[in-house]
Design a binder for this molecule. Structure first.
Ligand code: MTE
Length: 317
């Protein structure tokens, strides 16, 4: 496939403001747990209209999310990445992952299911692929608007028929230190593991993505298949998945194991629950020079708020 040069997509002014944002946000790229805390004024945000999230795929058709926010340029989506298996430096991941071989690939789905099964790439592509334009909000307070291509996780889970004892879904990333140089970074509880409650996993917003911007996912974005859970902080959206298990107990996720007091299991975007070391009330959107208010559940409260009725969101952070 022809490589798209960033200048073909991104106007210079956006590049400029992105650099400005990165500079003013003081984003750190070298330290495992030294994630960025940022300050600044944010503009007020209009109330969210009802979301129109489904768009036909797999070629890119949309240009904004349902709140009217423009897409973050492809160059930023594919050039500024958290993927610790390759590097702790967000701008180094794309180069280091360039030759990462993602075919053949197999996703083993098992645990508490009646029909365990291994899905290869053709199997995954047989699910009807849709375009979903979602906001991506990182726990570090930067955010993007990304046009994913993929399919609801629920459609895959229904095929394996979870048993009545299944209450959670556990996801695991490939862990191959010969192909993923960041795995040699000491002090992390590899492999990267994430989890969802089964009802969260079955929510229609939760997808397995196979593409971005109408193209196959590049390795740095989690090829060939990654989770996208748009109402949670980005670290829940686990990349390059090789195993999905239905389990009875809440799984321990990578970041909860690494720093349990800082990263909880739920990780719902919530302006009122600060990270222990910084506020989550505001965020810096790529391409914008002023900070904006963070929306509860990243603006998807209407679709997912009912999942948390009666729950203490501060205790279950
Ligand atoms: N998945 C794996 N396996 N390893 C990672 O380091 N980083 C997470 C998430 N998924 C990560 C991962 C974090 S912190 C974020 S913000 C998103 O991926 C970033 O996704 P993007 O690079 O596509 O923007």
């Amino acid at each position: 496939m022809r490589k798209i040069h960033p200048s073909e997509i991104t106007p210079e002014s956006i590049y400029h403001s992105r650099r400005q944002f990165i500079k003013s946000a003081g984003i750190l790229t070298g330290g495992a747990l030294l994630l960025a805390a940022c300050g600044g004024e944010a503009p007020s945000i209009a109330p969210a209209p009802t979301a129109t999230l489904l768009k036909p795929g797999p070629t890119l058709t949309g240009s904004m999310d349902e709140l009217g926010n423009p897409l973050t340029p492809y160059a930023d989506v594919s050039g500024f990445n958290n993927f610790y298996e390759f590097s702790l430096s967000k701008t180094a991941v794309a180069d280091l992952a360039r030759d990462f071989e993602t075919s053949p690939w197999a996703v083993q789905v098992g645990g508490l299911v009646d029909k365990p099964r291994t899905f290869d790439l053709d199997d995954l592509m047989r699910f009807t692929q849709e375009e979903r334009i979602y906001r991506l909000r990182c726990v570090e307070t930067w955010s993007m608007v990304v046009p994913w291509t993929g399919f609801p996780l629920a459609t895959l889970l229904k095929e394996v028929e979870p048993t009545s004892n299944a209450a959670y879904v556990r996801f695991e990333t490939l862990s191959d230190s010969e192909r993923m140089p960041g795995l040699n970074t000491g002090g992390f509880p590899w492999p990267y593991v994430e989890g969802l409650r089964l009802d969260e996993a079955m929510n229609d917003l939760c997808i397995l993505a196979t593409g971005v911007y109408g193209k196959p996912l590049p390795p740095q974005n989690g090829a060939p298949v990654r989770l996208v859970v748009p109402w949670k902080y980005g670290f829940k959206s686990i990349k390059s998945i090789i195993r999905i298990d239905l389990v009875a107990e809440q799984p321990t996720s990578f970041w909860s194991a690494a720093a349990p007091n800082e990263y909880g299991f739920y990780a719902n975007v919530n302006p009122e629950v600060p990270h222990p070391r910084w506020s989550q009330a505001q965020e810096g959107r790529f391409g914008e020079s002023t900070r904006r208010d963070t929306l509860l559940f990243n603006g998807y409260a209407e679709e997912v708020g009912h999942l948390y009725t009666g729950m203490d969101l501060k205790a279950n952070f």
